[in-house]
Write a protein that binds this ligand. Structure first.
Ligand code: PLP
Length: 387
């Protein structure tokens, strides 16, 4: 039903985060990369270089909008994806979570309408539920994400305050919006006075290279962009950034009210990491690893899950979205799987209204390869028995 509604989030982020580092689990639930895939050596060297250059400055108060040279590097990288930015247009943030939260705090009041993908990242849904907004779900189709032809009439009818989209390898659907649809969505939002928030946290994980950003078709009046390095370099660094566009002044002020500025040592280390040229070779290895893991997982799913299970192979990343052919009580499956030490994310937590199909999100990068195969075989057997 495509009508805006207030809702209570079905999952609790804090429970997912507690489970993420629980020992002894085959964790197919978490939205995190494996610690094995992090560029630890390069980061160690980056911290050392940063400390040698900055000395005590690395531990002092800093500019509220973030390290200037880091912002220059980030602006140049995003400009290569069509954005044409200067460093002054960026504000660094403590993870994409803070980036999104600050945008919401600047933009929405309780009762406002916010359009999101259905399904959408559960952390975002929890933020929206706490903000007391009405959520307008926009259906996501076949690997290409929100379809402008379907979204247009809904945006025209409901005129939401903003539309929040994870534009590449969306969590959880895996969809990546094609270039022509990106331009069309920016035009639609502009025409209907809707602020378009691009969450690009997975953009750099697209196998064929990061796509053009939505900023490429905007002058700052319609699009705000947010991302972090949690999925590409390290979630523990907690470094992200936002390009608020015409909301810049309010956004920077709100950021400063919230925590003065983000942590300096991690910004300096990320700056050194990027400056050393370590990022692109690391991304190459990560994309290859993710591709290999997806192949293993798709193969295991095809063999063990109920016949008719649908997974649209995403264009990169490490998450798979599986739609089951029949309704299954996933609460019972979750309990049975947990007894075998296997955990997964039930699809319902990614929706604001009960979904039409039974879905699961599966992380194929966190467990070891033998665990991944065993975990999916175990889960497939439980699902098949329940089907
Ligand atoms: C789509 C999306 N946005 C934001 C986040 C939060 O990112 P961060 O760890 O940088 O706060 C996640 C994390 O899973 C995500 O999947």
């Amino acid at each position: 039903m495509n009508e805006p509604q207030t809702f209570r989030a079905a999952g609790r982020l804090v429970d997912f985060m507690r489970q993420a580092d629980e020992p002894g689990l085959i964790n197919l639930a978490a939205g995190v990369p494996s610690p094995e895939a992090l560029p630890v050596e390069e980061l160690r060297a980056a911290f050392a270089r940063g400390f040698a250059k900055e000395g005590a400055g690395m531990f002092a108060y800093h500019h509220p909008e973030g390290d200037r040279s880091l912002r220059a590097l980030l602006a140049a990288r995003l400009s290569a994806r069509g954005a044409n930015l200067s460093s002054e247009q960026l504000v660094t943030v403590t993870g994409c979570t803070q980036g999104l939260q600050l945008l919401l705090s600047v933009l929405v009041q309780p009762g406002d309408i916010v359009a999101v993908e259905a399904p959408a990242y559960y952390g975002l849904l929890e933020l929206l539920s706490v903000a007391g907004v009405r959520v307008l779900p926009l259906p996501v189709a076949n690997g290409d994400g929100i379809d402008p032809a379907q979204a247009g009439p809904l945006l025209a009818r409901w005129k939401p305050r903003c539309l929040i989209v994870c534009t590449a390898l969306s969590n959880p659907s895996g969809a990546t919006i094609p270039e022509a649809n990106r331009e069309r969505l920016v035009e639609l939002c502009r025409a209907h006075g809707v602020r378009l928030i691009e969450d690009d946290i997975y953009g750099e994980l697209v196998d064929s290279g990061a796509p053009k950003t939505m900023l490429a078709w905007d002058d700052g009046s319609t699009v705000s962009y947010v991302t972090s390095f949690s999925k590409t370099v390290s979630p523990g660094l907690r470094v992200g950034f936002c390009v608020p566009g015409s909301l810049h002044e309010e956004y920077a002020a709100r950021k400063c009210q919230q925590d003065l500025h983000s942590a300096v040592p991690t910004e300096v280390a990320l700056r050194e990491f990027l400056e050393s040229g370590a990022f692109d070779p690391h991304l190459g290895r990560l994309r290859e690893r993710n591709q290999h893991r997806r192949t293993l997982a798709l193969d295991a799913i095809a063999r063990a899950f109920p016949a008719g299970t649908r997974v649209t192979p995403p264009r990169g990343g490490y998450m798979l979205w599986a739609e089951l052919p029949r309704a299954i009580d996933l609460a019972a499956v979750r309990d049975a799987a947990r007894r075998e030490r296997v955990v997964f994310a039930s699809g319902a937590v990614f929706f604001t209204q009960p979904p039409e199909r039974t879905c699961l999100r599966l992380n194929c990068a966190k467990a070891t390869e033998p665990e991944l195969k065993h975990g999916l075989a175990t889960l497939g057997a439980i699902l098949s028995a329940a089907a």
